[in-house]
Design a protein around this ligand. Sequence first.
Ligand SMILES: COc1nc(N)nc2c1ncn2[C@H]1C[C@H](O)[C@@H](COP(=O)(O)OP(=O)(O)OP(=O)(O)O)O1
Length: 176
Amino acid sequence: MSATQHVASTLQNAVIIKHYTLAFLTRDQNGCNEVLLGMKKRGFGAGKWNGFGGKVEPSDPTVADAAAREMTEEANITVHGSDMQDKGTLVFTFTGKPEVMHVHVYQVTKYSGIPTETEEMRPQWYQYSAIPYSSMWSDDKYWLPSLLEGHKIIGQFDFDSDEAKIHHYVLDTIEH
Ligand SMILES: COc1nc(N)nc2c1ncn2[C@H]1C[C@H](O)[C@@H](COP(=O)(O)OP(=O)(O)OP(=O)(O)O)O1
């Protein structure tokens, strides 16, 4: 079974699915590729660098619009949902938790405004060669490099109840 089939089967059999977005803003800075990460200041994932995102709300017209809304709420920048490039799907499970997290992953290069700190996130640009994987969710090192190389990703990461150790994962990288 491929990773894509494994993810489809998990989502098909899940009792509770919660939808989230996760978006990465990237830029070319004087010939050097950079990605905007945010230090999560509160809630789930506090103390870790991550992309920007959160729960998809019933009031969001589309999932891409939800991703754009979260970027505004968390980094004070304006992004249009139509500029969100679909980069794939990540599924997270945690031992002992019935719900499955379905994370819709995006990359975006078009935005306006200057990223500034909010109640939830402290944004900072990182060169691709200096991404702080040791201070990020432990799944990120498996798939973020492929995403930044321009590929789409579909994966599932099954965490222990401590939300730190991955006991199983599958990942497909779709070449672009
Ligand atoms: C478990 O591994 C994870 N890895 C990565 N890279 N990102 C993850 C992982 N688990 C969740 N995420 C992402 C998905 C979302 O972008 C956020 C979590 O969203 P949050 O709980 O902060 O949702 P909000 O709607 O912003 O929450 P508030 O109610 O606090 O506004 O993390």
